[in-house]
Design a protein around this ligand. Sequence first.
Ligand code: ATP
Ligand code: MG
Length: 153
Amino acid sequence: TWFDFNQAVEDCIQDLQHTTNRHILVMDFKDTGNIYSDKERIGQVITNLVSNAIKYSPQSNRIIISTERDDKMVTVCVEDFGIGIPDDKCGKVFEQFYRVSGSKQHTFPGLGLGLYISNEIIRREGGKMWVNSVEGKGSTFCFSLPVDISDTK
Ligand code: ATP
Ligand code: MG
């Protein structure tokens, strides 16, 4: 179905904001208009990324969610200032059951499936997902989805 992309992202963020007292979810939105995709599943992906950002940033409380649009794509990025991911592990986090193992003072519960499933959903909807991260500084997970050109906003 057609849906308002920013509105869908905002709905997910507001639901998640209620689950955490410590993290502030900051929205930095450009006009994205409507897209044609699976709203429920896209919502699951946003929820996964923001949940990870919350879980993997125990020492920081700021998470920035930004959106933008060009002629062909809408993009959303979730930036945290948490534990980050070592360079050589960034390529693996989308693999099934993969979890970064480190000797950090924190242990984080999880199965290693959230990103695998999220990446599959985005791929099937014709988009792509990627990550930029610096160990000890934070991570930015983004995905893009195609905008149907017949949608003139
Ligand atoms: P779950 O299946 O419950 O989501 P998970 O969070 O461990 O478990 P993924 O969401 O697939 O699994 O993430 C895979 C791994 O990537 C995580 O175990 C973690 O090591 C790393 N990771 C994911 N997101 C972040 C992040 N925002 N910051 C740092 N590491 C991350
Ligand atoms: Mg996860």
